[in-house]
Design a protein around this ligand. Structure first.
Ligand SMILES: Nc1ncnc2c1ncn2[C@@H]1O[C@H](COP(=O)(O)OP(=O)(O)OP(=O)(O)O)[C@@H](O)[C@H]1O
Length: 326
């Protein structure tokens, strides 16, 4: 069953552009330009794209913060803007830059207030909080006012706040931005566990591709407000011709190699040779050919980096590298 359905979703903003010293011109910018998106119950979807691609704008329309300029959208069977209050009970939202906690209150008190706002039965609330406390290790700072929390502590606190009313869908806009390695691991581990239960549908935007690799089986990539990829990471590797790298060490420098289709000799440093292989080429064929040329002492195969694949995709959509990553 689809929890999120968007068809031809668009959002135009009117911006003023400087024209000469005093003149300003109004111009329409299509931030989201006809996005079709369906997400099934229990999916953990990565929503990717370069800066300014339209990710946050999409999330704002899905959560009822922004009115779409066109298209249809439904989340949990509701239309986000007109049914915003009903929807708020069924979704959880974490926008990295904004807080839903009370700045001067300790986390514990913010959670108690949220319990009353959402009218969550005490036992249910306690059970959910217990789980978050354990998995996100909240106890050392549960009684600290939010304004005194570090970014990583606050993010763990925000995640908990978004989940205490038991939402069906969790929207996360860059939840690991600026976090140290330990906090990132805590947040990722928590989301992985939440995703595995299949009870909560998660839509995650991030520039951290390690988040995507660790968590998402399906990714949707948008650029200039349009979907440019919807599928698994493997499909991306296949589509953008990722290259594996094979490094071998011979006992002594080997003689010249015969040509093998899809295999490219990248570097030779004494007895060490490094090859790149197109997706169509076989590592097995390369190795068996190499063993006929001399004694192999060591061998390593490196899988293509997701960064490399995503960079190719962004490049193929016609952006300069400096515009791509934050
Ligand atoms: N309130 C607004 N008024 C005018 N233009 C806007 C507004 N909000 C967003 N935009 C424009 O819409 C486009 C998409 O912005 P959006 O914030 O959705 O991108 P994003 O993919 O989330 O980017 P980032 O990765 O940098 O957060 C950008 O060109 C942005 O400048």
């Amino acid at each position: 069953m689809n929890v999120i359905e968007a068809h031809g979703l668009r959002k135009d903003f009117t911006v003023r552009v400087r024209k000469g010293l005093l003149r300003r011109e109004r111009r329409d910018v299509a931030a989201v330009d006809g996005v079709d998106l369906t997400v099934q119950r229990g999916e953990l979807l990565g929503y990717l794209g370069p800066n300014g691609a339209g990710k946050s704008t999409t999330l704002k329309m899905l959560t009822g913060v922004l009115h779409p300029s066109g298209g249809r959208v439904s989340v949990c069977g509701l239309t986000p803007v007109p049914q915003r209050i009903l929807l708020a009970r069924r979704i959880g939202v974490v926008f990295g830059q904004r807080s839903q906690l009370w700045w001067d209150l300790p986390l514990r008190d913010s959670y108690e207030l949220l319990r009353h706002i959402y009218r969550v039965p005490a036992a249910e609330h306690a059970a959910r909080l217990r789980r978050c406390r354990d998995l996100l290790e909240l106890d050392p700072f549960l009684d600290t006012p939010v304004r005194q929390l570090s970014l990583g502590q606050r993010m763990r606190g925000e995640l908990t706040a978004a989940l205490l009313h038991g939402p069906e869908v969790l929207f996360l806009d860059e939840p690991t931005i600026g976090l140290d390695v330990v906090s990132k691991q805590a947040v990722r581990g928590f989301l992985a566990e939440l995703g595995e239960t299949g009870d909560t549908t998660i839509v995650l935007t991030t520039h951290d591709l390690a988040d995507i690799e660790r968590l998402c089986r399906r990714i949707v990539v948008i650029d200039h407000g349009r979907v440019v990829h919807d599928g698994g990471i493997d499909a991306l590797h296949a589509r953008y011709g990722s290259q594996r790298r094979v490094t071998v060490d011979f006992d002594t420098p080997p003689p010249a190699l015969p040509d093998l289709p899809g295999v490219h000799l990248e570097t030779t440093t004494g007895p060490r040779l490094t090859f790149t292989l197109d997706t169509s080429a076989s590592v097995g064929t390369l190795i068996s050919t190499l063993t006929t040329l001399g004694n192999l002492r060591d061998l390593s195969v490196t899988e293509p980096e997701i960064e490399e694949v995503i960079a190719r995709l962004y490049r193929s959509e016609g952006r300069a590298p400096s515009q791509r990553f934050s």
